[in-house]
Design a protein. Structure first.
Length: 139
């Protein structure tokens, strides 16, 4: 199973570059994006941003993990060896407690239909989904 995960992440990285992903190095982390721009649900998702098998998850206080689908202008880069997600000037570091604007979804057919230029890797599709519209700055 681990070999398939590595292959899926590697293939996703190649596909993301081919689909015109935002600037930043290919670091082997899936960054599925929806097509919403300046619109979408207004729920608040809170939890720790975690990386598992090449997928970014929001782990809530009750332990539920939600794979995150990001806005179209999202990019990810390494800073001091830690993946950092950027949406405009707002950032979220893997391992930090974060708040994201957006909405919770469990209908994977709907989520898949909203993806633009990216896919949910096979290792991520069995989880609940949080469709992020932005990062809520701390404070």
């Amino acid at each position: 199973m681990r070999g398939r995960r590595s292959l899926a992440v590697a293939l996703f990285g190649v596909a993301a570059v081919a689909c015109g992903s935002p600037p930043g190095p290919s670091i082997g982390i899936a960054l599925p994006r929806h097509g919403w721009s300046g619109e979408g649900p207004a729920a608040l998702g809170s939890g720790r941003l975690e990386l598992d098998d090449g997928c970014l998850f929001l782990r809530s206080a009750d332990g539920t993990s939600y794979v995150v689908v990001w806005p179209p202008d999202t990019r990810i880069m390494l800073e001091d060896g830690t993946p950092v997600v950027w949406i405009g000037a707002d950032t979220a570091r893997v391992g930090d407690d974060v708040q994201l604007g957006g909405g919770y979804y469990s209908d994977l057919a709907y989520v898949t239909g909203e993806l633009r230029g990216s896919v949910l890797p096979a290792d991520c599709v069995t989880r609940e989904v949080f469709m992020a519209t932005g990062i809520v700055p701390p404070g």
